[in-house]
Ligand binder design. Sequence first.
Ligand SMILES: Cc1cc2nc3c(=O)[nH]c(=O)nc-3n(C[C@H](O)[C@H](O)[C@H](O)COP(=O)(O)O)c2cc1C
Length: 311
Amino acid sequence: MIDLTTHFGTVTFANPVLTASGTFGYAGEFAELTDLDKLGGVVTKGISPRPRFGNPTPRMCETACGMINSIGLENVGVDAFLSDKLPLLKRIGAKCIVNFFGETFDEYVECAARLDEGNRAAGGGIDALEMNISCPNVKKGGVEFGTDPVVAGQLVRACRGATQLPLWVKLTPNVTDIVALARAVADAGADGLSVINTITAMGIDVRTRRPRIGTVFGGLSGPAIKPIALRMVYQVARAGIGLPICGIGGIRTAEDAAEFLVAGATAVQVGTHNFTDPDAAARMVDELAALCAELGVSRVADLVGTLDVSG
Ligand SMILES: Cc1cc2nc3c(=O)[nH]c(=O)nc-3n(C[C@H](O)[C@H](O)[C@H](O)COP(=O)(O)O)c2cc1C
């Protein structure tokens, strides 16, 4: 029997397989397509203080090895999340991580505070908050907060004071030095790091000579970004910052997930692949156990950070 238990800071997951924000709705959308109880955790679509309608279409296009999206953080807002979405998330076995953001510093803090308050009023259900300072698809309140270590640190410090829940920070790969960002948010009080969000990209239709995405640029996700994400997870892990890392980027199989664990992640999130195979993340849990057996480890935790880079 393989022990898949994963301790991510103060949060204990039954297994390290989570679903990534924006690719799994608020979990209810997937209830008939997969076994939600099997997942280690679900990360919700990003929540803002008020509902948002997102960007104009087209908001998604396919590439040869992934997709580009520019949804623009469409979401139901914090009140509707707490009243309509949290009850189901509370009932399922998977832990619930709420991804959140704002357009301004004050909105970030407001969102963290209202989620914290709503969680206490509901008697729990939210296990951690994941702060998105890395969305490339919005004019205000996204990646501009996540590319400057000083600004990112100030924002994390402000939100830290607004909630008692574990605070994860989701980093953008659209920087030269991801370790500087990771260090800044760790110093500011983050409890965990999610690495990575999408990579700024574009597609062009030569017949119409138009961009394939309404906002011209969008975020690339899927298999194309996995090697970049792995490199960044490894860089952050190697820097010895001391925070647990949730690895994200192009994960489709148990072997992909294991690569992130070996690179130094303590848990992983499955994103774009949920659109192709909504049951893949849940299945990956069993596949990961089988892979551990094959690799001769009895606990999945024994894979974490075991990369051998000796000559
Ligand atoms: C359609 C779509 C919507 C997304 N929405 C969010 C979001 O609301 N908040 C967030 O932090 N990340 C969001 N992401 C980024 C994913 O959570 C994930 O970091 C990224 O897609 C890389 O993982 P993947 O290659 O497995 O998809 C979104 C991604 C996609 C494809």
